[in-house]
Structures are given as structure tokens and as C-alpha cells.
Design a protein around this ligand. Sequence first.
Ligand code: ZN
Ligand code: ZN
Length: 338
Amino acid sequence: MMRTLSFLFCALLASVLSSATIATQISTQPTAAKIWLKGNTHTHTTNSDGDSSPSDVVEWYKKNRYDFVVITDHEHVTAVAELNSKYGDGGKFLIIQGQEVTDRLDKKPYHVNGLGLQSVVMPLHGSTVVSNLQKNIDAIRESGGIAQINHPNFGWAITAADLLKVTGAPLLEIYSGHPRVNMLGGGGTPGVEEIWDAVLSSGRLYYGVAVDDSHHFKRLGDRSAATPGHGWVVVRAEARTSSAILSALERGDFYASSGVELEDHVVTSTAVTISIREARNSKYRTQFIGKSGRILAESVSNPAVYRFKGNEQYVRARILESNGSIAWTQPVIRTKTK
Ligand SMILES: [Zn+2]
Ligand SMILES: [Zn+2]
């Protein structure tokens, strides 16, 4: 059972976090039994530029033992009721409604996913990077969706400074299966995980998601294609329902993965404990990361434990598997001591 802990925020930090986020972080009650559910929050079909029908896409994720998929076509909300009744096995597998709001400014792409939104949001074309993102995030929220800022380095469009200035999007893509989104950065531009640390270090909380951004289900094995099965989230939901999955995503109760599976991730007032579900013959190391992306400690034990020292601004973990797979846990926000 997980216990979420009370962490006091300094006033500065609290001032930039949404009230929903704060409410999550100061929850003190032990939680009821929850279930881990694996899903992808960024998927395309023939309703935009994917190569396969919604049915074929849903079947792929179901066959590959995902628990849910969010269909996020560009400027199209794919109806999910019929898909759920046909492929959902009475709610065992869930197809969630979504859209990728696809904007541009000065020839650069600004894409924000709306997860669980009710109706299509047409791009609102802000005149600056921040107003462009903010208008679309606000519209997603008004349509009942949770905003996920996609692939910051695609077209080298979005910087940490931009992310600090927008509000209302709890989720940020920190890993993508899409082959052309410049995940690792280069040429003096930071990688997406470095961007995440820069934003966290400035006192702004985003939860990191790993996604497929899948388009090409007919080109499996083609490394130049955006194929499925590379990045996902595993949410700790109160029930196997779309609304429970969406609220777990919104409150950051999940980890992101490109292959590593966790048994559990427990946070107490004194420590973070990460239990890894080890794959046969794989070896692991867990890095605990703090302000400015600094590695605070590294563990080769399972479970991997990090005991708080008291002066961390935040602590998150990256679990590296010997064949290249990674899992990322969400940052635990700590009070900064003087
Ligand atoms: Zn996109
Ligand atoms: Zn996309």
C-alpha cells in the first residue's frame, strides 16, 4: 500500500503551482488498494495522419496487453463509445477520447494533447509561444481535457523558459517513440529530460510522460517510422475506469517507461523506495535525481531506497536497465531548508 505524504511547500513554490496540484501533494491519508494500469496517451489513426483505422490501432494496443489507450488525432476527436463496446471486454480494456491540438507559430510546431476532452478544440493561434500554448491549454481545459505538452524539441519549438510561463498543463512528454522529435537535444540545446529538470529546478511542477506518438502500425520494425510499443505510462488508478485513469494522470500518480516495470513506488516522510520487477538476466541501476538534474545517489539494489537529506528541492528517479530500457518516477517535491 502506498502512503502519500505531506510536504510543506515554500511560499514561492506554492505560488506557481495549481491548487489541484497542491491538494495532491499534501494528501496524508493512506490510500485504498489501487491497480496499476499501462497505457499510451499519444496515438494517431486514419482520422488524422495515422496509417491504420481506429479499430486496428485499438486492437494493436489490446493485443499487446495495454490496459488503455488515448486516441489523439490531430483536430479530430475519435468517438470511443462504439470502440469500447466492441473491444473493451466489459471495461477490462479502455479506449479514452482525446485530441492533439496542432498549432504553429513562425513555422514551428506547438502541439498539446487534450486527454479525455469532450469536443474538438481548433488551434487558437496565439501570437507568442507562450500565448499560443496557453490559449490551447485553456481551451482543452474548458473542453474537460487534461493538457499534455508534446515533444518540446520537435522543430526545436519549446524551451524550459516557455514551460515556466504557461499554466494549467500538468503533463509534459519526456520520452517519445517518435523518431524525429530530438529527444536527446544536441548542438547546445538541452534534451527533453534536461528541460524537465530545468523547469522543476525553477519550482514548477510538471509530471513526465513517456508516449508512442504512434502513426505507423503497418510499418512495424521500420526504425524511420513512428511505430507503437516504445513509451508508455503505468498509472496507479483507484478503479479500472477512464475517469480514474485520467485523475491518476492529473495528480501525477504514475510512472513513465520505455520498458522497465516497477512493482511499487512508495514515498514516506523519510524515503523513496522503488521496487523493480526484474526481467530475466537484466541488471539495473537507479539514479535519484535532484535540482539541476544532479544525481544525488545511485543504487544497484532492489528495492532502491533514497533517504531524504532535508535540503533537496525535489527528488525523482530514473531506473536504467542493462539493455537500454528506462523508467522515470515523478518528482517528489521537498521543502527547501535554509
Ligand atoms: Zn505532435
Ligand atoms: Zn502526435
